[in-house]
Design a protein around this ligand. Structure first.
Ligand code: ADP
Length: 473
């Protein structure tokens, strides 16, 4: 089967969160299952390995009442071919999201990607789209391209990585981009509450919708988590599947032979002491070290932490937070670091190497999310024998089993409601075991590294979905 992934980020080239991880790993895992996978991305200014891309071709498209030039570059990584769509203005930006014209940038990308399929002779069996940035392709395909012979019989899979971001735009802005074609494309299927809603068009026009955990697939059908699209999702429930993301091999994976001679306990201590030094915290192998590696947004439960920070820091702990994002959280965390320099280290940056050192050196990983479609960070923490303390929601619910004396294979601590008190209680439960019951803590660490969240498992489930779709045709 030939599967064409079209997305806004992918490792190793560019990543802001879990979406980038998925696009870096899933095509590889499917390739290992003998599928032919190709990825199309925008060519952002700050792509890693930009100098290793080679120019392929260029073409023009009508967009926003003018002819716009677009160049295609390529690179092969781990046997997967990536194509990059370049546009002088739209992708020549410092960040990849967060601009007033994001909808325009990604609508251009979608239109250009559809044209690139033919230019590059890529015709796939399946186009697999990801999040609102590429959702419009489902509409473009069903309303336009499938009428052309070259494009016939392609199936469209759309994955929701985060329903909260929907790509809303003023209808008149979209009409301007599509010109005369607007009348054909922009119909009630893509308007929602007075706005053009790109996510909605992906939900309606795709042949199959997947999302990134079985629990989130159920949650988004409810008013509480449906982000105002629950009724649409309920209508399309019979084509909705929840498949938990995977993670690449961790330090204790059977395929990784480095440092096998150190015990988990010893390895954790070495990593912790180095991390404390790097983060300018007192060096102490016995103190409980709690970490977070996260986008600093309202979704990630930072409000709960800020509400109860005095109570949390009353305990014998250190807290290390790596993240960038909303100014209010960055300011608050800087302030707290000044106030508690011996307990808090705030690393305000995006740094994948430091992230790995944090996952390795901490004892506990805190993730009290308001909602969490899948969450990869808690799985990466598990791989490093760092015990997650999480809210029991979305993909966190599907990956973390709460410790009680009777839980078999417990690998973390969970709490149900979005409540600062419940979070503090879970942190305290974890600290009690950490300080007073070393044997149980060791067991938790063993369970943590024994979980199999490999991409192989997830890729097999995607394959079942793809095959089902192909059989229906
Ligand atoms: P989301 O996709 O909502 O951001 P996930 O937990 O699914 O959350 O994935 C986050 C990914 O991004 C993880 O791989 C995590 O390690 C990484 N990450 C988040 N913030 C940073 C940061 N500041 N520096 C390095 N990696 C980060």
């Amino acid at each position: 089967m030939k599967v064409l992934f079209i997305a806004s980020e992918a490792t190793p080239f560019i990543k802001t969160g879990g979406l980038g991880d998925v696009l870096g790993s899933l095509p590889k895992a499917l390739h290992n299952e003998n599928q032919n996978c190709i990825v199309i991305l925008p060519k952002y200014r700050d792509l890693l390995y930009a100098t290793s891309l080679s120019f392929v071709t260029e073409f023009t498209i009508w967009f926003g009442f003018k002819k716009q030039c677009c160049s295609i570059y390529t690179a092969i990584v781990d046997k997967i071919t990536f194509y990059f769509i370049d546009h002088q203005q739209y992708f020549n930006t410092h960040n990849i999201y967060g601009y007033g014209d994001d909808y325009e940038r990604f609508v251009f990308f979608d239109v250009a990607a559809m044209k690139a399929i033919r230019y590059l002779q890529l015709k796939p069996d399946i186009i697999h789209l990801h999040d609102w940035q590429t959702a419009l392709i489902a509409l473009l395909y069903k309303e336009k391209y499938n009428q052309y012979r070259y494009y016939k019989d392609i199936k469209i899979v759309f994955t929701i990585h985060n329903l909260a971001y929907q790509g809303k735009a003023n209808p008149s802005a979209l009409r301007r981009l599509f010109g005369v074609d607007a009348l054909k494309y922009l119909n009630k299927n893509c308007f929602h509450n007075g706005y053009f809603n790109i996510m909605k068009s992906g939900l309606i026009y795709s042949d199959i919708i997947t999302t990134v955990s079985p629990t989130y697939a159920k949650e988004i059908l409810t008013k509480e988590y449906g982000e105002s699209l629950e009724a649409i999702l309920q209508t399309h429930q019979n084509k909705l599947y929840g498949i938990l993301n995977g993670v690449d091999d961790g330090p204790y994976s059977p395929n990784n032979s480095s440092h096998q001679n150190l015990t988990i306990h010893r390895k954790k201590q070495v990593a912790k002491l180095a991390l404390q030094k790097e983060c300018h915290l007192p060096i102490n192998k016995d103190i409980a070290c709690i970490g977070m590696v996260t986008r600093l947004t309202w979704q990630k439960g930072l409000d709960l932490i800020l509400q109860k920070i005095n109570i949390i820091l009353n305990q014998n702990i250190q807290l290390i937070i790596l993240g960038v994002g909303d100014n209010q959280y960055e300011q608050a965390l800087h302030q707290l670091q000044k106030q508690y320099p011996r307990q808090i280290s705030f690393q305000q940056k995006y740094d994948e190497n430091l992230a790995q050192r944090i996952y390795a050196g901490i004892d506990m990983f805190l993730m009290p999310s308001l909602f969490e479609p899948c969450g990869l960070s808690q799985m990466i923490a598990l791989q490093h024998a760092s015990i997650p303390i999480v809210r029991n929601i979305g993909g966190l619910r599907d990956s973390i089993r709460n410790y009680t004396q009777s839980t078999k294979q417990a690998n973390g601590f969970t709490f149900d409601n979005y409540s600062a008190n419940e979070m503090v209680t879970s942190i305290n439960r974890a600290l009690t075991i950490y300080y007073e019951d070393k044997k149980t803590w060791q067991k938790l660490m063993i369970h943590a590294i024994s979980n199999d969240f490999s991409w192989e498992q997830s890729a097999k489930q995607y394959l079942v979905v793809y095959k089902k779709l192909m059989q229906e045709s």
